[in-house]
Design a protein around this ligand. Sequence first.
Ligand code: DGY
Length: 325
Amino acid sequence: MSPARPHVVITRRLPAPVEEQVAREFDARLNADDHPFAAAELQDALRGADALLCTVTDRLTAETLAVEPLRARILANFGVGFNHIDVAAAKTRGLVVTNTPDVLTDDTADDAVMLMLMVARRAGEGERHVRAGRWTGWRPTHLLGTRVSGKTLGLIGFGRIAKAVARRAHHGFGMRVMFHDPYPPPAAVARELGAEQQGSVEEVIREADFVSLHCPATPETRHLINAERLALMKPTAFLINTARGDVVDEAALVAALRAGTIAGAALDVYEREPQITPELLTMENVVLLPHLGSATRETRAAMGFRALENLKAFFSGQPPRDRVV
Ligand code: DGY
């Protein structure tokens, strides 16, 4: 008799080829109606399964992870960001945590560039205008936006995704690119991407026409973009966020947009997803997307297979490639 296969709870629907493959390799429980798991359901999974293949919508807090008895041994996160998992608590409980880096870099960089173009060129407003039947035809002064090419892009954080944004912005749009990262890459790497290192967040945001956020959500980066830093931005500048909502103080952002402290914002992520601060919904100079950074068929499948690879390595006694704890 072959040994029982590890039991894996997959907390959200995944692309069909991934679900099929996980079900071939493991004793898998799928989430047929794709509902977000509440804390009690996460605790049931932690009690009853050997592994959770989880996502950003699963709040794996210290309290949730304190469940007894704990059967799960690994949290294989579908996604690169893992701020929804209390990794210190996971470590205390002896849980391995993995993520899915690399495979989503290009699509998330594309998302940031798309948001930059959308907010600068008023693409959302234009769409709404046409769909509402309000367009009366071309005219020289209609819906004028801001040029992107040749402007200055400031990157907060300079990891994989920021570098991919820098490459697109510098080599594609002829932008001047500057960045701040407490762990900067070798000078040659920045040079190849046409990116200039700055000594502080403030230096970047004072000069940039577009400030794009690419730092992880940690206690240190919570509300990194606050009222004081927004006040340092140019009144003509735009804020782009494809990182995590917690990095921006959303109330301060609303106040800055209202006061004209900055020209606009383009957001893919929010402080209290899926809730959006209501004022943002009313502002024409704000682009709002529903956390789409990695949302292509290609990347979501690759993320799933990467999470599966981590599970397979773990259960065959190998070190998972993307272990974060
Ligand atoms: C990521 O990979 O971090 C995405 O934002 C989804 O969690």
